[in-house]
Design a binder for this molecule. Structure first.
Ligand SMILES: Cc1cc2nc3c(=O)[nH]c(=O)nc-3n(C[C@H](O)[C@H](O)[C@H](O)COP(=O)(O)O)c2cc1C
Length: 214
């Protein structure tokens, strides 16, 4: 078996992308690609890497789950005291990346993240399994903890406190962000590294679609 990292490569040949296959509205285009990926056998196609920048300009990336596609953007949920939330407090610019390697596609997004309303966050929070609702209370996300038992003891305490209900109150430090899209790029892998890339960018109220070299 060849264990040489430098020799790892795929040649992409499953599909191509033409301007004529793209609709003018980038959200509708994203929805079309998302519907397509849902019908493929990809695990967690809604997993997306989001990148934020802190006050010193240092970037961080991590995976979160896409939970809604709206008319202007996309929504994810997290802890409002987390590192990512603190980054967004000082700089709402955010970059998003989806890699759907089984269908040789990538989507890249740049946008601005803003907190959604408490009502919307609460409705989603209560749609989650009780265990996840407890988890949101039990985890001081991004904080240093001494041991896993810190989480498990908190979890037990909450299970006992809320044993008679399926709906916990939403933690004040937990909720959603909507990313308003300013730029979105659709990438389709092609043979010999000559991939198809189309980028939507906004000029005033109008979306411009341009082919970009791979
Ligand atoms: C597949 C996957 C899905 C995840 N989904 C979420 C999510 O929806 N929200 C979230 O806050 N963290 C999610 N995480 C955990 C984050 O990647 C990250 O560890 C956490 O949000 C803390 O990031 P931060 O310290 O940079 O704020 C997920 C991780 C993985 C691997």
């Amino acid at each position: 078996m060849n264990n040489n990292i430098a020799d790892l490569r795929e040649n992409y040949s499953k599909a191509k992308l033409d301007r004529s296959a793209l609709v003018d509205d980038p959200i509708l285009q994203f929805k079309a690609w998302f519907d397509n990926v849902l019908s493929s056998k990809i695990i967690e196609p809604n997993a997306m890497t989001i990148s934020t920048v802190n006050e010193s300009g240092v970037p961080s990336s991590r995976v979160v789950l896409l939970k809604e596609i709206t008319e202007t953007g996309i929504v994810f949920y997290t802890n409002y005291n987390s590192d990512k939330a603190q980054d967004l407090e000082s700089n709402p610019n955010i970059a998003v990346n989806f890699l759907w390697k089984e269908i040789e596609r990538q989507v890249r997004i740049q946008g601005l993240a803003t907190k959604i309303s408490r009502d919307r966050s609460e409705a989603y929070y209560h749609s989650r399994p009780k265990g996840s609702q407890i988890g949101a209370w039990a985890s001081p996300q991004s904080q240093i903890i001494s041991d896993r038992s810190v989480l498990e003891e908190k979890q037990k305490e909450l299970e006992s406190q809320y044993q008679n209900t399926e709906k916990l109150p939403i933690p004040p430090h937990w909720g959603g962000y909507e990313i308003t899209i300013n730029m979105i790029e659709f990438w389709q892998g092609r043979p010999s590294r000559l991939h198809d890339r189309f980028r939507y960018r906004k000029e005033g109220d109008v979306w411009i679609v341009e082919r970009v070299a791979p």
